[in-house]
Design a protein around this ligand. Structure first.
Ligand code: NAP
Ligand code: MG
Length: 452
């Protein structure tokens, strides 16, 4: 294996940078440094850790444009999205900066003494991140982990390491102690696996494919390490006949084509009540045509290229035997472009079951509320979902009936740092974000003080 990783700009297909590929010795050195840094970090006053995270947030805020430009070049994200992502990292830091002073234990009534619980940090947490949202997904792990008193070693995806590397530098610039938050670039089979096998990494957070996540979980089980898994999805966007069809159609392209469909929460199955199926497709077509695919550096762009040539081949393979209803436009040239595509599907089709991770949506009709819930649940995944209806009772029933971790009624929101995020079934284990995320990076210790 080469000792560097070559980065390619997905909008041009051209290589633009080499970065180091860490070997085992470098990973082990990073973990050893993290062990030492964590002891000092956990010993600080809670307010000192809070202040350090607020300082980190301010430095990230001051570098939003730089981080966004790196994501445009490395990942092909549209500049507007990339700026949102960088600002989101600062907001996550500000939100969890409150956590060090609020990791409140319990005082439990017992006979003969005083009983209290403490939220103790694990020590070193290993975080493994995919290429689709390099900054945001990293921050959902490293921020609450640091807030809870842990050190973090972070492995970005080989394809998209630049913003994570820069965040590691900004942490030092903000005054976080050396060793506390380290970004180690390299392959999953070396760096990622070492987080799983190293005895001093006491918790692992993995975001990526269900296949690799299952292996990571098995490895963590052998080491008796807790693991959080954020995996794949095949989320449903359910449109009932009584919905505001214009709004539902106008928002459907963004719900699945955002980030070129390389979004674990993509609403890649569009379930439409049969009585409005034809009408809905008529409304959807102009919305798809209006979805602007092009230069990610342009503020008018809705969608950039796919991440790599091989990923584009994988996505294209899904269209081999598909019934394409209509497609949007995409530029030509050397970038990894793919036009947004709407496919008519039946429940058992591969396009209706497997995660495409590209700008392809499968449309399926349903008959009634029970049929909609049954179809929505007819996949191994259970990450997100949306439903469109003007009937409040139905909205509650369907939201409770769909087995997914994150649902949205009359909108497509999935991620807010203040609310919990994560999947059911093959989409994952555990939750990130929300009020409790820092606690998920602690173990409860119970201490009894005898008074008699
Ligand atoms: P992936 O192939 O599973 O890789 C994810 C990360 O794991 C990368 O950093 C990868 O490193 C590393 N890795 C690979 N093999 C490993 C191993 N044996 N041990 C430890 N780490 C290993 O996933 P991807 O193709 O990058 O990302 C796409 C997938 O992520 C999709 O399925 C998507 O749905 C899922 N995803 C889920 C969420 C969520 O929150 N639920 C969010 C985003 C993405 P290298 O590739 O650098 O070697
Ligand atoms: Mg992969």
């Amino acid at each position: 294996m080469s000792d560097t990783i070559t980065l390619v700009n997905p909008a041009t297909g051209r290589a633009f940078r080499e970065i180091p590929r860490a070997g085992l010795a470098e990973v082990d050195a990073a973990i050893a440094g993290a062990v030492a840094a964590q002891r000092a970090w956990a010993a600080l006053a809670p307010v000192a850790r809070a202040d350090a995270l607020r300082a980190f947030a301010r430095v990230v805020e001051a570098h939003v444009d730089e981080l966004a430009a790196l994501e445009v070049e490395n990942s092909g994200h549209p500049i507007g999205s990339a700026r949102w992502e960088a600002s989101h990292v600062a907001q996550v830091l500000n939100y969890y900066a409150a956590a060090p002073e609020r990791l409140i234990g319990q005082q439990i009534p017992v006979a003969g003494g005083l009983d209290v619980t403490f939220h103790e940090p694990y020590g070193v947490v290993g975080i493994i991140v995919p290429w689709n949202f390099p900054m945001t997904i990293a921050s959902w792990g490293f921020v609450p982990a640091l807030a809870a008193g842990n050190a973090v070693v972070l492995k970005p995806a080989e394809l998209t390491p630049l913003t994570a590397v820069r965040l590691g530098e900004l942490a030092l610039e903000a005054g976080l102690p050396a060793g506390l938050f380290q970004v180690v670039t390299g392959s999953g089979s070396v760096v990622g696996q070492r987080f799983v096998s190293h005895p001093d990494v006491r918790k692992v957070v993995f975001t990526g494919s269900t296949e690799v996540g299952t292996d990571v979980a098995a490895g963590c089980a052998r080491m008796l390490k807790p693991v959080t898994l954020e995996l794949g999805g095949k989320s449903a966007n359910i449109v009932f006949a009584d919905a505001d069809l214009e709004r539902a159609a106008a928002s459907a392209p963004g719900s699945v084509f955002d980030n070129a469909g390389q979004d674990c929460c993509a609403r890649s199955r569009l379930l439409v009540e049969r009585s409005v199926y034809d009408r809905f497709l008529e409304l959807l077509e102009p919305a798809v045509q209006a979805w602007r695919v092009g230069d990610p550096a342009s503020p008018d762009t809705d969608m950039g290229p796919l991440i790599s040539a091989s990923h584009r081949d994988t996505v294209a393979g899904f269209l081999d035997d598909a019934d394409v209803a209509f497609r949007g436009a995409a530029p030509g040239g050397d970038g990894f472009w793919f036009a947004p595509t709407v496919v008519l599907a039946s429940p058992g089709d591969r396009i209706a079951q497997d995660e495409v991770f590209g700008p392809v949506v499968a449309v399926l009709p349903f008959d009634d509320e029970a049929d909609a819930i049954r179809l929505a649940n007819d996949t191994i995944y259970g990450l997100a979902g949306s439903l469109w209806t003007e009937n409040l009772g139905r909205a509650v029933r369907v939201a409770r009936g769909v087995k997914s971790g994150v649902l949205s009624v009359n909108s497509h929101s999935s991620v807010r740092y203040a609310t919990p995020f994560g999947g059911m079934k093959a989409s994952g284990l555990g939750r990130e974000l929300g009020p409790d995320a820092a606690e998920h990076f602690t173990e409860t210790k119970n201490v009894f003080f005898a008074t008699d």
